[in-house]
Design a protein around this ligand. Structure first.
Ligand code: OSB
Ligand code: MG
Length: 376
């Protein structure tokens, strides 16, 4: 694949609802879409950054800078045989995983299109449909939370994830257990607690949650190991895992029993597959996390979830949960049993609605081999 041109779009899309986590509230998404041109194909990738560095250190501005100055010179005008090469080409650049994965994801889409195969098949996925979970943000009151959970169960979601923070945790979770009984429910703390809260986690054990996601610091695996030894509820790591090496160390230490894999957080699909495989060898189930993606990032998530060890429903809810209008055609839909069909057409398997893509684009930057050498 000769990489002829790359287009970076700065996007702004309004969410249907404000999404609150322990680190802040989001009402819109500011992120990037990457287009890679080769022959008569375009590969699409999504950079799942935000406008602020509250989930991870990356932002829209840092991703544009790293992409322009360091990532694009490694691929523009080059011939790339397989997207795994990006992982190696980019390995010298520390972190900046979301920036890397936007390009890497576009290369995977491009590669699958040149092979005339669906992305899910190209990554080695065997499923024809996947089970889907939903992530419910922190609500003003317990009653609001119960309404959201009821609605989600009615829609068919196979896993209910509830965001928690100090003051809105055990009582909120208990009210859900009391009202809905034995449903598949879990909590996500986004690093809002410390080992000082160990008694609270022991109490949460009595609620029999499927797991608790990232209870402690975003960069920790030591305290998580201590906590995991003290409680029954499986710990799932999100923020702490950026690579297959991080996953290996967390597994060796006993810091978690489950891992949430986000393509953006780990620097791309190649690394995501390595983590999937390592976890499979160690009997650690994984699931695909979400970053409130547009249809393009969502399609990549759906494709990797077709791998066998993604055995827990992921945060891959359908387009209509987030957007009045998504940028793909058809939009991602879920049946009443909580399943999404894996697309069978080449690449990410959804067409891009170019008019809607343009409507949400607030800035567009084009790069060719020549333009890059001019600006350097
Ligand atoms: O921690 O999983 C998280 C969204 C933004 C940042 C972090 C997280 C989330 C979600 C949303 O939980 C999942 C989704 O895309 O629906
Ligand atoms: Mg999380």
């Amino acid at each position: 694949m000769l990489i002829e041109k790359v287009v970076i779009r700065k996007m702004k899309m309004d969410l249907k609802f404000p999404f609150q986590t322990s680190f802040g509230t989001q009402q819109e998404r500011l992120f990037l879409i990457t287009e890679i041109y080769s022959g008569n194909h375009i590969g699409y990738g999504e950079c799942v950054v935000s406008s602020n560095p509250y989930y991870s250190e990356e932002t829209v501005s840092t991703a544009i800078a790293i992409t322009k100055e360091f990532l694009l010179p490694l691929i523009l005008g080059k011939n790339i045989q397989h997207p795994d090469e990006a992982n190696k080409l980019f390995s010298r650049i520390r972190r900046n995983n979301m920036a890397k994965s936007a390009i890497e994801g576009a290369l995977w889409d491009l590669y699958a299109k040149t092979q005339d195969k669906p992305l899910a098949e190209v990554v080695g996925g065997k499923k024809s449909e996947i089970a889907v979970g939903v992530s419910i943000g922190i609500q003003e009151t317990k009653e609001d939370l119960l309404d959201r959970v009821e609605e989600s169960l009615r829609q068919g979601f196979k896993k209910i994830k509830i965001k928690i923070m100090p003051g809105k945790d055990i009582e909120y979770l208990r009210s859900v257990r009391e009202k809905f009984g034995d449903i598949p429910v879990m909590a996500d703390a986004n690093s809002a607690y410390t080992l000082d809260h160990i008694e609270l986690f022991k109490e949460i054990d009595s609620l029999n949650l499927m797991m608790i996601e990232q209870p402690l610091a975003h960069d920790d695996i030591i305290d998580h190991a201590i906590l995991q030894k003290a409680i029954q509820t499986p710990i799932c790591l999100d923020e702490s895992i950026h690579s297959v090496e991080d996953a290996r160390k967390a597994i060796e230490l006993g810091s978690c029993k489950i891992i949430n894999i986000k393509i953006g957080r780990v620097g791309g699909i190649s690394e995501a597959i390595k983590i999937h495989d390592l976890c499979q060898e160690n009997n650690i189930p994984v699931w695909c996390g979400g970053m409130l993606e547009s249809g393009i990032g969502r399609a990549h998530n759906i494709a990797i979830t077709s791998l066998a060890n993604f055995s827990i429903p992921g945060d891959t809810a359908p387009s209509a949960r987030y957007w009045v209008k998504d940028i793909i055609k058809p939009e991602v839909t879920m049946d009443e049993k909580g399943h999404i069909k894996i697309p069978t057409t080449p690449g990410i398997g959804y067409d891009i609605d170019r008019n809607t893509l343009d409507d949400y684009t607030i800035e567009k930057i084009e790069f060719t081999d020549e333009s890059l050498s001019l600006s350097n």
